[in-house]
Design a protein around this ligand. Sequence first.
Ligand code: BGC
Length: 832
Amino acid sequence: MADTSAQTGADTGADTGAGGADGADAVREQAVEAALAKLDLDTKTRLLAGQDMWSLPALPEIGLRSLVMSDGPIGVRGVRWTADDPSVALPSPTALAAAWDPALARRAGRLLAQEARRKGVHVLLAPTVNLHRTPLGGRHFEAYSEDPYLTGALGTGYVQGVQDGGVGTTVKHFVGNDAETDRFTVDNRIAPRPLRELYLAPFEAIVKNAHPWGIMTAYNQVNGTTMTEHRYLVNEVLRGEWGFDGANVSDWMAARSTTGDIEGGLDVAMPGPQTVYGPALAAAVRAGEVEEQAVDAAVRNVLRLAARVGALDDAPPVVADAAALERIDGDALAREIARRGFVLVRNENGALPLAAGTSVALSGAAARDARVLGGGSAQVFPDHTVSPLDGLTAALPDGLLTFSVGADPSDELAPADQGFTLRAVCRDAAGAILGEGSLPNGQVQWIGDDLPAGVTHDTLASIEVTGTFTPRESGEHSFGTRGLGAYTLTVDGRTLFDGVQAMGPETDPFEAFFGSPVERGRVALTAGETVEVSLRHTLDKEFAAPLPAVMFSFVHLGPRRDPDELIAEAVEAARAADTAVVVVATTERVESEGFDRKDLALPGRQDDLVRAVAAANPNTVVVVNAGSPVEMPWRDEVAAILLTWFPGQEGGAALADVLTGAEEPGGRLPTTWPVALADVPVTEVTPTDGELDYAEGVFIGYRAWDRAGAVPAYAFGHGLGYTTWSYDSLVVGPDAATVRLTNTGGRTGREVVQIYLAPVADGVERPARWLAGFASVEAAAGESVEVTVELPRRAFEIWDEAAGGWTFVSGGYEVLAAHSLADARLTARLDV
Ligand code: BGC
């Protein structure tokens, strides 16, 4: 029964990259060269620019099909931003990371490859392997960890999995896109040592261990050079030192200089057709500003990518028969990853799992309307989601579950969703209908050619979001708009607004997508009674959007109830039940691409709700539905806390599995969880005069907490299961640590054995401890298992800034075999 198939980062199985012992690589290279030789300058430069939002042009003359790319880390959206073609939505990257299991990441990758193939996508725009430099980073939920080794190990598994399925990846965002404020322009000042030891390290591990077929260069600058033009980091480090031979794709609209980009090693400028490549690049070659050889090198990289994914005739794809691969059940995998990533950070008096027959009072708006994924380009549209209420309703016997809202994390209007059935009617300037599109919710998001059939940007003059609304609750419902331009808003025959939302001082071109909703009026409605709704948006052709796009939302908010009354209702229900489960959450206005967080507080009255419920019921379990850390000022007042991240489409089912004890929560924190923002060592995300100084050097995450001598709420690596473990022995050598441990609890469980190195004083400034390796073991109650964790040479090295290279630091180390950073079980001395 013992499962010691330890996964230690680099060791996740066969690689699917450059290898090619069968000579297939050589055949692909020949095909690439033959194809390249047939292309003229204009065609070559055309191939290096997006033909639209998501794809490169096909070149039938060389047997090249159009290469299609799509976001992103937790699912494959496909080339349309609609629910017409739904996608499996896996848990957020922080959740996947919390499972500390590269083999699970690899399975996630394989599923995403299957999804990509189904949708005609060749290249997945993922994974995000920037670091959790600070929990204020808006895309924190979309990256794995504050630790570069863990990030690299998970990214390796993920990329291998996607490529196992014959689909490419673009490991992103190379490099230093660790926050969102002024992301297009910020100059991140990062000294060589932290750049190498922290920010580049995951990319290096992934390039060396998984041989990714693509990389995405970031918007930001590093040390004065914008990343799409960074010759040193791209040509010398990524390609030269590490041997990357894939395609370098710009982040969307990051390419800003024809000569700078091509000389900086950028192969593909996305999106198109208006970019700095294409005709502009051909002209630069003709003007003698760019060597044609540089264009050829980029084309070669693109053709190699095409060959690998099977989009170039006469080149054998890396995966010969991807269609024949065993089909993966996406729903089941989403559920498995969710519970494997749930982190039980507190469990007093065996509050969890719930005993059979326990009655449960569930509260929190997110228990009913779960937040399954984070905001921005990582969004996909699953065909269903299982909320905590759905999951518990299915799992508990009738009569044992009650639900009350208790508190709502948002008092803002949000894209019309529950109870709305909407479609978009597109008209030309004369009012004639051009076409119609279905809408998953009130958000219209048509970028580039992603328009309903029959509609073009030239002919489109107005879009009417129209349909019906059947409220769940009686009372005054608020309606409004989000986005710039002219609107007419009608509900149940009443015109609530007929006017223009003018452009403000916003800078991010995606403001209409990420911006603030505006309330336009309220209408009293009755639960269950359907009314007609319509929002007509007339396009302002004067307003020059950065690319052809239609982005606006029809927003809504249900009746505002007295917050104290809502809490009182939940308290009453909690008092009457054996156990109270409160689901607290962030919103897409808190955690999203496009902006950073301002604080770590739970929005709205959620803290008050938890406190009031906990005061009424000693068995209060709090479920935290957030992609990254939040303050939990009540954490010592409740019986249990389960972090569920953004748990993906099956989150509620996985939650029921874990609460009832059918499954163990498997997660360990991939990031330090602070008590309060004030304690967090690194919080600066706002540049000064355009520069953001990574002044903390190599001290981020637990490295910084250790240095400050500060104690977080929950340490890196922390997480409880439903069994207990004794660590019996630790034997170390220079290359590996072997740990023997016993499951001392009453049920089968899984333990993540974490190995940290702590240098004994050596005069070199280094963190007090760092993660050197890890492995999972599974054992039945009473069973002992042994696991060997490799200690990579890099774990003992630092980047020597003076010499410009890695230096092995000899001397004494304490090797810690730990349940978490704060819970070392065994220590051994190692001299290297
Ligand atoms: C994001 C990328 C994403 C791209 C395409 C950008 O704004 O930074 O992560 O892949 O858009 O959606």
